[in-house]
Ligand binder design. Structure first.
Ligand code: G4P
Length: 529
């Protein structure tokens, strides 16, 4: 096998997604403990912005620092290189999470067994479904009085529109939680509170009728487990890896991240089934990871951690070939040759300069402002990766310059912040009005703070009552032109100068759809350059 192929097969790049508080930080930390990437619990800082800190800007700045450190956590496990991409915990930064999901090959979805499927979980799953990302479900907090596991599975299937297949099964729940039976390899994993050792205590029980089961969990729970497993085998199809890889079927595991329980089981199953880097699509052709020539894209940008320097780190996902330090690459949008003298890899909490990186890896490229999200690097070919969409914001405000002497600074600042993906900007005529769209209120505060501190510009926001920004497609270009002309006061242009319809309400959007059946209105767009 070629070295490139070998390296690709070793890599598993994934993200953990969940509704805030379901246990993402805790699970991340336990996975890193198993991977030997950290030695003590508490080493992973939560990158969530505490609710009380909504107007504490220093906290936001601190969190930005933490989130660079934890953006990518690479670790080695059983001969594989696992790349765990972090996603922001705060819902107001959901768009950052959506973009990170474009750079992973699979996800682990955590569900809190007390709260079940929550709103944020549904939104994140919609993004996974757009890309058919394989999903493994981890039902967490079994040590708490949660919902009945069968009810939870039904809820997942119904609300997340995905078929599930339990591969482990809990024995009781809450105070009476005794452990998990691994259906996949017929072993019993007995629960202990606050385990300090990271290895799990497994007992092999190949036949559930074996009376040894009763010795471990008691007669009543043993009988219940036998009944549950029989029901599972009757109701659910056997686990089919192909269906999982196509994103149609999610295997489900149960455990308690805080108690380090069920985590190794999850990790071992993950490495057994999760995909290595997959082919990706560009506007020109499909890219196979084993191609010799480098290609990849920027999915995230972190800027100005030190306000004295204008440097940024662009997070670059390698899709094919080998990335090499100091080699010239083709920056497709800028049509320029670029090279990087200190590309950085991320191994858990450490950053280090690397000479080479392979498909599946995410590296940090230092840059002074030439990248924007979605940018592609190649060895000469002109193409752009697809599937890095921009989602309609949910809140819109007009940016008002408070200091006319600083309008240049404001222009530059807002342009750079929107390149970074902090918010989306739409330009509306007449008057080049800047409509800023975000997912959560907190983003406006971040923009205001950063414009002031990094660019010396001061701004205000004026409420604009839009419901959604819709991109438009049609086989009949004239129809779009006609619509744009007729609805000019509701039309604005995105950064790539595509017209978008700013619909004031769901009703008016439906009305437009009825009046213009030839036009398709989309609430997501690809970042085309
Ligand atoms: P997040 O990143 O998804 O937002 O969640 P995080 O891991 O921070 O976990 C949220 C809360 O849930 C934390 O408690 C954490 O200790 C707790 N938790 C995580 N896994 C389990 C589990 O298996 N069982 C139980 N009972 N609790 C769990 P907190 O009080 O909000 O924070 P902390 O003070 O413990 O850090």
């Amino acid at each position: 096998m070629s070295k490139l192929k070998e390296e690709i097969n070793k890599r598993k790049t994934f993200a953990i997604i969940s509704h805030p508080d379901a246990g993402k930080t805790t699970l991340t930390e336990k996975l890193l403990l198993f991977g030997g990437a950290i030695q003590t619990a508490g080493a992973v800082k939560s990158n969530k912005i505490k609710k009380s800190a909504t107007s504490d800007f220093m906290e936001i700045e601190k969190q930005r620092g933490i989130s660079v450190a934890t953006s990518v956590m690479g670790f080695n496990y059983k001969g594989l290189k696992i790349n765990l991409l972090d996603t922001p915990g705060h819902k107001d930064f959901a768009e950052d999470t959506y973009r990170t999901l474009t750079a992973v090959d699979s996800v682990v979805l955590i569900i809190d067994c007390v709260n079940g499927v929550e709103t944020q979980t549904e939104k994140l799953m919609n993004v996974c479904r757009m890309r058919n990302t394989p999903v493994i479900v981890f039902i967490n907090k079994l040590d708490r009085e949660g919902q009945d596991p069968f009810t939870l599975l039904d809820e997942i299937e119904e609300k997340l529109s995905i078929n599930v297949r339990p591969l482990s099964w809990p024995i009781n729940i809450g105070d009476r939680f005794k452990g998990v039976y691994n259906i996949f390899n017929s072993s019993l994993n007995l629960f202990q509170v606050n385990k300090t050792n990271i290895e799990e205590d497994r007992v092999e029980i190949t036949d559930l009728k074996d009376s040894a089961l009763e010795d471990y969990v008691g007669k009543e729970d043993a009988d219940q487990l036998r009944e549950d497993i029989e029901l599972i085998e009757g109701v659910y199809e056997p686990f089919n890896k192909e269906e999982y890889l196509k994103g149609n079927l999610a295997p489900v595991f149960f455990g308690s991240a805080l108690n380090n329980f069920g985590v190794q089981e999850l990790l071992d199953s993950f490495i057994g089934i999760a995909p290595s880097p997959k082919p990706t699509h560009t506007d020109v052709r499909e890219i196979i990871p084993t191609e010799n020539k480098l290609s990849g894209f920027v999915f995230k940008i972190h800027a100005n951690l030190d306000p004295k320097h204008r440097d940024r780190i662009a997070f670059f996902k390698i899709c094919s070939g080998v990335f090499e330090r100091n080699k010239f690459y083709h920056h497709v949008r800028n049509e320029k040759k670029v090279r990087f003298s200190n590309p950085t890899s991320f191994m858990a909490q450490d950053k280090s300069v690397i000479d080479q990186a392979f498909p599946g890896d995410v590296i940090g490229l230092y840059d002074t402002g030439s990248f924007k999200i979605g940018d592609t690097l190649t060895e000469g070919e002109d193409m752009t990766f697809k599937g890095i969409p921009s989602f309609s914001p949910e809140i819109f405000r007009e940016l008002i310059n408070k200091d006319p002497m600083k309008s240049k600074q404001l222009e530059k600042g807002i342009s750079q912040l929107t390149d970074e993906g902090v918010a989306q900007m739409f330009i509306q005529q007449p008057g080049n009005r800047k409509i800023i769209g975000v997912v959560g209120e907190l983003q406006f505060e971040v923009i205001q703070y950063r414009l002031q501190h990094e660019y010396g510009a001061s701004c205000d926001f004026q409420h604009r009552n839009f419901h959604k920004a819709c991109w438009m497609t049609s086989d009949d270009k004239d129809k779009i032109e006609e619509f744009v002309r007729r609805k000019s006061s509701y039309i604005a242009y995105d950064k790539d100068e595509n017209p978008v319809f700013l619909a004031e309400s769901a009703f008016l959007l439906r009305q437009a759809e009825m009046d213009y059946p030839e036009i398709k209105f989309h609430t997501t767009s690809e970042f085309k350059v």
